[in-house]
Design a protein around this ligand. Structure first.
Ligand code: ATP
Ligand code: MG
Ligand code: MG
Ligand code: MG
Length: 485
């Protein structure tokens, strides 16, 4: 099956089970002060779960463009290094708002995966919530009993609250979840470990593909849980991962979701993608991934900028530029050349990109041009910082915090680029000093910033002191990006 057929089969399947198919919400969330980007299929249905709105249809399915680059869901550092976390990905989902519950959701998951997609039953296993005595929550026997109809007991694993209990926030709808994992290890490897069941934390070839959440409680302000009058189902399946297991590949990037983009990068750079863990191969994966996030976000109306969602896009874009500049030895704008390939590929499912492909390419190219200018100057600055002539004796092999801050603030170098370049010559960066320099700047500048809580990204104007963490520090420096260049 091609990826398009796989997506369509999902939608057709749930349509045949009485679901209304709805379009993806934009990846960029407008008019919601609590949310910057869509990070799960359920985001657009939040008000139904909160009881603020009554759904027109009780059963819905779709494919949702998601972006996970901040907060609880920040997968950025994994992207390209592993082969199954993306910045932007499609989440296939089906929902019941007070209609069907565990029995049907589980039966349909199984039917779709094993009959429509014909996945090997022996390689599928599931997790259920084990309960939590402190919370007075019992093991999800109901889900356990449903799964037992299809899956041998030894492949039904118990999961704790962290992995198998979903909550929207401190209060509100929540409930136990049940994940489906696929084991794509080779037969030999499986035999070697005697068929032992693993989770993906143990082996990158064993990956989570689908999460079924059973929203049956409401978390009250005092922390107690009340049973909801109606039971809801909220599921999310990673499309790119699903395609990978159906197409029998070892990496999402070996599927037809990404192969067109990778071929185009090969053509442009004259380099070959070998699927390895080399820096060059990581660069290929990073580019193939990041251009999707960049292009779809711009197509949904968010231009790169120095604030908020726009800065997130600018940062992803610079990260991509760093990768081709350093590891594919390509010194001119590259990303914009990939836009037509992606626009064409997604023409049927997300036509908004094709409709604006020229505009998106133009914006991306301008961004690349601008950063390539500062990148070159920044590299000159970097070389000067580490030049032995500045040292009376042996160099310290440590880039000072203020120097790292200047590279960031004046030349737009994300700190990870500075760290990477330092490492290449056997140096390191004084991170504490860097963070102190940032802190001083934070105290100086009043900037809109983002604080992430649970699944929701809260926008604060004045929360600089509350906002901790490496990612956030970069966000806070955006105010002066480019200005002094
Ligand atoms: P993981 O444990 O692999 O990070 P998750 O538990 O964070 O996944 P969920 O929040 O349960 O993911 O999202 C539902 C599904 O979306 C997952 O089962 C997975 O298939 C897919 N998914 C989640 N994060 C990503 C990502 N960064 N890139 C691609 N697919 C993803
Ligand atoms: Mg995750
Ligand atoms: Mg998980
Ligand atoms: Mg999950």
């Amino acid at each position: 099956m091609t990826s398009s057929e796989i997506r369509q089969a999902f939608l057709n399947f749930f349509k045949s089970k009485g679901h209304t198919i709805v379009p993806s919400a934009p990846i960029v969330v407008k008019n919601d002060p609590t949310l910057l980007f869509t990070n799960a299929g359920m985001n657009q249905f939040k008000d139904y779960f909160l009881g603020n709105k009554t759904p027109e249809h009780k059963c819905i399915a779709d494919t949702q463009k998601c972006l996970r680059v901040s907060g609880k869901h920040n997968d950025l550092e994994e992207v390209g290094v592993d082969t199954y976390h993306h910045t932007m990905f499609e989440m296939l989902g089906n929902w019941s708002f007070g209609d069907y519950f565990k029995k049907e959701a589980i039966a349909w998951s199984w039917e779709l995966l094993t009959e429509v997609y014909q996945l090997d039953k022996d390689r599928l296993y599931v997790t259920i919530f084990e309960g939590d005595a402190k919370e007075g929550l019992k093991k999800d026997e109901e889900a356990f009993n449903e799964w037992k109809k299809y899956v041998p007991e030894e492949r039904i694993l118990l999961g704790n609250k962290k992995d198998n209990f979903w909550e929207m926030g401190d209060t509100g709808p929540c409930g136990p979840s049940s994940e489906i994992h696929f084991d794509s290890r080779s037969d030999e490897e499986r035999k070697r470990v005697n068929g032992a069941t693993l989770v993906n934390a143990d082996n990158p070839q064993v990956i989570e593909i689908w999460n079924n959440v059973f929203i049956q409680f409401n978390r009250m302000k005092d922390g107690s849980l009340e049973l909801l009058p109606s039971k809801n189902v909220d599921t999310g399946m990673g499309f790119e991962r699903l395609v990978r297991v159906i197409q029998g590949k070892q990496s999402n990037y070996d599927t037809d979701v990404f192969s067109g983009t990778i071929k185009e990068i090969e053509k442009i750079t004259g380099k070959q993608y070998d699927g390895s863990d080399s820096k060059q191969a990581i660069a290929f994966r990073v580019l193939a991934d990041h251009i999707r996030a960049i292009a779809f976000t711009i197509a949904d109306g968010q231009l790169p900028s120095n604030t908020g969602a726009g800065y997130v896009i600018r940062r992803i874009l610079r990260r991509a530029v760093r990768y081709y500049y350093s590891y594919l030895d390509y010194k001119q704008p590259l990303l914009f050349q990939l836009v037509p390939v992606i626009a064409k590929q997604f023409e049927q499912v997300f036509p908004e990109l094709q409709q604006q492909a020229d505009f998106v390419s133009k914006v991306v190219k301008e961004e690349e041009d601008a950063f390539l200018r500062t990148l070159e100057k920044g590299i000159a600055k970097f070389n000067d910082i580490v030049d032995p002539k500045h040292f009376m004796v042996e160099p310290t092999k440590r880039i000072g915090g203020i120097s790292a801050f200047i590279l960031n603030d004046t030349y737009g170098f994300p700190i990870d680029l500075t760290q990477l370049m330092a490492k290449e010559i056997g140096w390191e960066v004084d991170m504490q000093g860097y963070e102190e320099a940032l802190q001083q700047q934070k105290n100086r500048s009043r900037a809109a910033t983002a604080i992430d809580t649970e699944d929701w990204v809260l926008l604060h104007d004045n929360s600089l002191n509350e906002f901790v963490g490496y990612d956030s520090l970069e966000v806070n420096t955006r105010v002066n990006q480019y200005r002094k260049v």
